[in-house]
Write a protein that binds this ligand. Structure first.
Ligand code: GLV
Ligand code: MN
Ligand code: MN
Length: 402
């Protein structure tokens, strides 16, 4: 493996890794994520890159060409945070590959004529505060500062307090961090098996499916599990369970995917009927009308079930991401640089989607994941494929910024 890639990967590998599960716990503004940020600063510093940061926790390490005005930058990068027990590649691969691509250009004596930036966006996964791509949404104004300031994690800690706990002097809201950027190209591990199936190391994204997260708050009546007749119960677990089963069926029929991956139960006791179940639905579909129809159908179904169970249901849309198409001149140009790379859509969300929605010319590269598994410890990429990704990124930089 290329020395710089291997060294960087080895430095990041132990940070936030849970020895029991083998997964990563680099949630936003936790000590592990902070350590990743320090690593990012160290990499930038060791290469003489200038780090520009905003008050949302987003950072860009710039390689400015000598004597040229700092406009029309070409930025790559991704995120350093993870889902709970996530894989090591989702996010960090894009950042490590970016630094390695810069190293490759420099070792070849290539000098950019436009600034090249390596971005690390804050809280892409939204695992702690509920909103996916929170850093890039704040940066672009897709989420307003007041809404973000009111977000709380599972322990009730607010986002501003969590940022303060991490020693970060926050200022939430739109920023000029990417002002003047001509192109953003995010490299990411593939989160499915499409590249493995066609035996290709690197692919080019065509689109991101529209997707979102909805929080279901289902209130019932706490009572004794042994003495309360079934007919007298107002059990929110039943409303949740039946809704989860219906979700699977309805998603299948719609050609969509939908998942309840997180629930909280109060009081969470084996011998008590719960007073409340809070559950998060993640739903994604190939187009927006399918997604919205699925959600409307599911909500109506859940309301009917709550009625039957005598529970009270409230649904809150926490994070909605419209469909993103990467079709356009930037992707066309990348296709000319990487003519054999297959094209593929993705059901995963990315900061690239947020930047594209904000009008920045944006494209994505994917690196093969032989397991096809992601958001889990079995996520993988071989050294050879990672280096193919670095070569691809270096080729894109050479085309766009040299
Ligand atoms: C992010 O990885 C998402 O798709 O949820
Ligand atoms: Mn990611
Ligand atoms: Mn992810």
């Amino acid at each position: 493996m290329n020395a710089s890639f291997a060294t960087m990967w080895a430095e990041l590998a132990p940070i936030g890794r849970d020895a029991r599960t083998g997964g990563y716990r680099r949630l936003a503004w936790t000590p592990a994520e902070r350590e990743c940020r320090s690593w990012f600063y160290g990499q930038a510093q060791s290469r003489g890159l200038i780090v520009d940061a905003d008050g949302n926790g987003n950072e860009v390490a710039w390689w400015f060409p000598d004597g040229a005005p700092a406009i029309g930058g070409v930025v790559t990068g991704s995120h350093l945070d993870s889902v709970p027990d996530g894989g090591g590649y989702d996010g960090p691969l894009g950042i490590v590959s970016a630094f390695a691509a810069i190293d490759q250009l420099r070792s070849r004596g290539v000098l950019p004529t436009r600034p090249i930036g390596v971005a690390a966006f804050a809280d892409e996964e939204g695992s702690r505060f509920g909103i996916a791509c929170l850093g890039s949404r704040l940066l672009t104004g897709a989420v307003d500062a007041d809404r973000a300031a009111a977000l709380r994690d599972g322990d009730g800690r607010s986002l501003p307090d969590a940022m303060r706990d991490a020693g970060f002097d926050h200022q939430l809201g739109e920023s000029q961090l990417l002002g003047g950027v001509a192109a953003f190209v995010e490299l990411h591990v593939e989160q499915g098996r499409a590249l493995a199936d066609v035996d290709a190391a690197v692919g080019i994204a065509t689109e991101i499916w529209p997707h979102g997260r909805w929080r279901f708050d289902i209130d019932g009546e706490a009572n004794h599990a042994g003495t309360t007749p079934l007919s007298d119960r107002h059990d929110p677990m039943l409303t949740y369970a039946e809704t989860a089963l219906a979700t699977r069926k309805k998603a299948l029929l719609a050609g969509a995917v939908a998942t309840f991956g997180r629930i909280e139960v109060l009081p969470n006791a084996a011998n008590a009927i719960p007073s409340c179940v809070r559950a998060w639905l993640d739903a994604r579909a190939p187009d927006e009308s399918t997604l919205h129809a699925l959600i409307a159908d599911l909500l109506a179904h859940a309301v009917r079930r709550a009625d039957r169970d005598g529970t009270a249901l409230q649904v809150t849309a926490e994070s909605i991401s419209p469909a993103v198409s990467f079709a356009g001149p930037l992707t066309d140009r990348i296709r000319r640089v990487l003519p054999v790379a297959p094209l593929l859509p993705t059901g995963a969300g990315h900061d690239a989607g947020i930047l594209a929605a904000a009008g920045i010319p944006t494209a994505m590269l994917f690196v093969r994941n032989p397991t096809g598994i992601s958001h889990a410890p079995a996520e993988a990429a071989t050294e050879t494929d990672c280096l193919a990704g670095v070569d691809a990124l270096a080729g894109v930089f050479a085309d766009l910024a040299v």
